[in-house]
Design a protein around this ligand. Structure first.
Ligand code: PNW
Length: 486
């Protein structure tokens, strides 16, 4: 389908918020500066440099710890309404606990927030974007139930310190990091497929809900902010409309969308029935006494239900789903529990990342799906982006953003509740184990330069124009590629 197939002019209303995102480990650098503690990503990439595609880790990254004023200048050049960034837990609490509060680290975020507010840019703060203090990882990290309390204590420090100025909070970025960290090559890279990943997931959800309740109880009246969680929600289509493929896609969606949304947004809470029954059945067959998927108690179900003022949607791509036939997965594993084979169409344009292809109708379908299942939840698109080669002429990113933004307009027209849109990312950064081999920035970063010089790409100019005009113009081209504050 062609996103441009009708000629009606749709526009974003004036209070729709446009922004860009980054995360602490990926941009800040200064990994051991001014009293910052070690994170599990510091430890992981220092001990396993071989896993990084181009060897570049987050020690210096885009050096935003020192360049934040330039970052805010770029935000002003773009004319964004908000900036989504994350706080590094070990930068503010080097031991992971609240016994030592690192004043220098806390001041860094004070400075960034104040600089944003000076120019009327709304800060949107993520409490956790993958960089757990290494001290806590050693004590079990997200697989330990104790992390729920540790996270609440950490959240309290941030709500106390920044609550007067920050109105949009995101507790956790993508609970699905559990599957990559306990069954893949993301930190802590502990090989515990089908077990550790589910334990992690339970505690991540409870940590989120506990932080949400803390804000609700102690800060909401005073500060009137809202608290959400960002989920990685790609859409799974049936490979074609054969019944078995449609059924496989429904199971896939239960495991990758319902898994996170059901506990918070459904009427009865808890994990989806299909997920619970499939993992239980497989676990029994495999000789386990009980399900590898931990249960949620009635109290936990209650704590989780309704524990978000908004859903943060991180949406990059879509997949095509068939029942598992030829592929063999590790046993036990999340993949084996789902029991489907996924692929992407050869017709979808390919980015620099193997997993990321452009399929703009996917975000429209995702919204129709969650609206029907969860009754039109309030959402904020907290990440969407495209990876390219280095270079300023990022035509493929321009195409991607335009087509997805048109799809977002279609979704809004059909009732989706979307408060804003956030491009991943403001600038090139350390793309986890891909290092700097995949570039997601509207701004290019010259990682060879002392200052980590930032230069606007074509997409930065196009996004600026979209923000100004509140419409998506298919054919607009800038006169020149200079960007300035207007
Ligand atoms: C996001 N997928 O993760 C993360 O939040 C960012 O830190 C990261 O830089 C960005 O995407 C680009 O990778 C995702 O498989 C990882 O669809 C994988 C997927 C989606 C999001």
């Amino acid at each position: 389908t062609n996103a441009w197939s009708d000629n009606r002019l749709r526009r974003f209303n004036k209070d729709f918020m446009f922004g860009v995102a980054t995360s602490a480990y990926q941009v800040e650098g200064a990994w051991n500066v001014d009293g910052k503690g070690e994170s599990m990503w510091d430890r992981y990439l220092h001990t396993r440099p071989d896993v990084i595609a181009d060897g570049r880790n987050g020690d210096v990254a885009s050096d935003s710890y020192h360049q934040y004023k330039r970052d805010v200048e770029m935000l002003r050049e773009l004319g964004v309404d908000h900036y989504r960034f994350s706080i590094s837990w070990p930068r503010v609490l080097p031991t992971g606990f609240t016994n030592i509060k690192n004043e220098k680290g806390l001041e860094y975020y004070d400075n960034l927030i104040n600089e944003l507010l000076k120019y009327n840019i709304e800060p949107m703060v993520t409490l956790y974007h993958f960089d757990l203090p290494q001290t806590l990882q050693q004590l079990g990290g997200w697989a330990s139930p104790l992390v729920v309390q540790w996270f609440e204590d950490y959240a309290k420090v941030l709500f106390e310190r920044y609550g007067d100025r920050v109105k949009y909070w995101i507790t956790i970025n993508q609970p699905s990091f559990c599957f990559e960290g306990y069954g893949g090559i993301m930190a802590p890279a502990l090989n515990s497929k089908g077990i550790g990943d589910y334990m992690c997931l339970k505690h991540v959800l409870l940590a989120h809900a506990t932080a949400y309740r803390l804000y609700e109880r102690e800060y909401k009246k005073k500060y009137k902010g809202s608290v959400g969680i960002s989920l990685s929600l790609n859409y799974g289509f049936g490979f074609d409309n054969k019944t078995e493929n449609e059924e496989a896609a429904e199971i896939y969606r239960d495991f990758t969308i319902g898994m996170y949304m059901n506990p918070i947004w459904s009427k009865y809470g808890d994990f989806p029935k299909t997920v619970k029954s499939r993992v239980l059945k497989k676990s029994k067959e495999q000789g386990y006494e009980m399900s590898r998927l931990p249960t949620l108690s009635p109290e936990e179900i209650k704590l989780l239900k309704g524990s978000a003022d908004f859903l943060g949607v991180n949406h990059y791509t879509s997949v095509l789903v068939k029942p598992q036939k030829t592929e063999k997965f590790e046993v036990p594993s999340f993949e084996d529990d789902i029991g489907v084979e996924i692929s992407q169409s050869v017709h979808w344009p390919q980015s620099k990342s193997s997993w990321l292809k452009s399929s703009p109708f996917g975000i429209y379908r995702l919204y129709m799906y969650i609206n029907q299942k969860y009754d039109y939840p309030q959402t904020f698109i907290t990440e969407q982006g495209w990876s390219s080669e280095p270079g300023l002429n990022d035509r493929t990113r321009v195409d991607y953003l335009r087509e997805y933004l048109v799809a977002v307009l279609f979704a809004i027209e059909d009732g989706a509740q979307i408060m804003g849109y956030t491009v991943w990312s403001l600038m090139d950064n350390v793309e986890w184990v891909a290092g700097t081999s995949e570039r997601f920035g509207l701004y290019e970063v010259d990682f060879e330069s002392e200052e980590k010089t930032r230069t606007a790409r074509l997409s930065a100019l196009v996004y600026k124009r979209i923000i100004q005009k509140r419409i998506v113009e298919k054919d607009w081209e800038p006169d020149n590629w200079k960007i300035s504050i207007t």
